[in-house]
Design a binder for this molecule. Sequence first.
Ligand SMILES: *Cc1c(COP(=O)(O)O)cnc(C)c1O
Length: 370
Amino acid sequence: MASKAIPVTRSSMPPFEEYVDEIRGLWDSHWLSNMGEKHQAFEKELERYLGVDDIALFVNGHQALECVLEAMELEGKVITTPYTFASTTHAIVRKGLEPVFCDIRPDDYTMDPERIEGLIDEDTCAIVPVHVYGNLCDTDAIEAIAARYGLKVIYDAAHAFGVWRNGVSAALFGDASMFSFHATKAFNSIEGGAVCFADPSVRERLDQWKNFGITGVETCEYIGGNAKMNEFVAAMGICNLRHLDEELAKRKAVAERYWEHLDGVRGVCLSKPAAGTRPNHAYMPVVFDDAFAVTRDQVYDTLMAHDIHARKYFYPLTTDLACYAGRFDPSATPIAANIASRVLTLPMYADLALEDVDRICDIVLGEARS
Ligand SMILES: *Cc1c(COP(=O)(O)O)cnc(C)c1O
């Protein structure tokens, strides 16, 4: 029992000296924010990595999502998923839009395209799906429906940085995609976020919205907020991006070790990457169904007793959050509710030792034998 604590995640960081070298020049320039040299360099590196023509950086993913919803000039109802982090639903509501919740698929937990059309009415303006855990949505089906009804598609791709499908990066789907570079994500810049977009004219509006709506030296045409990324954060992103492929390879080894232990166990459902995708192994979700000897909450408590920190992610659904009490109907999305009550994300990070994965799985599987 004296084993060390295992956190659910642990942020990747570059060697200290590498970061110091990256920020040294800031002591010459004294340029600390407002789209300086590091900000520009980080954008270029991200464009190269993702294979996109343009990317707009933000202080975090949430502000990026709010800004892109604003820049798209949306009004009315937005079809989205309750099986996500509070941020997705909050961004929609905070922009004065009305979320309409679509249920998810039971195998990859992304929005079920077959349920979208029934939710569309004359007030619907957009679809905001989430690439949950880095599992890419059925983008073809979603975008075909959007095209038929003239709706925008804006992906919450907070989990999907570094994911490709058939050689196409997750940045290239829909009208826009938001990425988060938060410390807990597979790729981080401490805090940070970005938007990739299909229509190049969106760029100018994003730049204006993240900088108070300022449109010129003496003009301010929009009531924008402040969502700019600073130079120290951009420098961290540049350093971490250099090491990302190694970090993702280490995550892959961790994921494969988990699968070795858990694949095929009665009552344990894993969501493995779909054929043709290059995954980022951002999370290790495990769903415990009725065939498992104990409940998700019991597994969670037993792990906690061993100082192993798993997370009920996503639980509760955003429709069940206290701030939305009485506002939405959680029974409208029964599959999402069922998964939320059974899911646990196990510890997952690049430096997680494979022996620790063995120990975690021993404890989880010990529950099944108990
Ligand atoms: C992390 C996250 C966000 C918000 O990103 P921040 O960079 O933390 O603001 C939004 N949506 C999802 C699904 C997330 O996991």
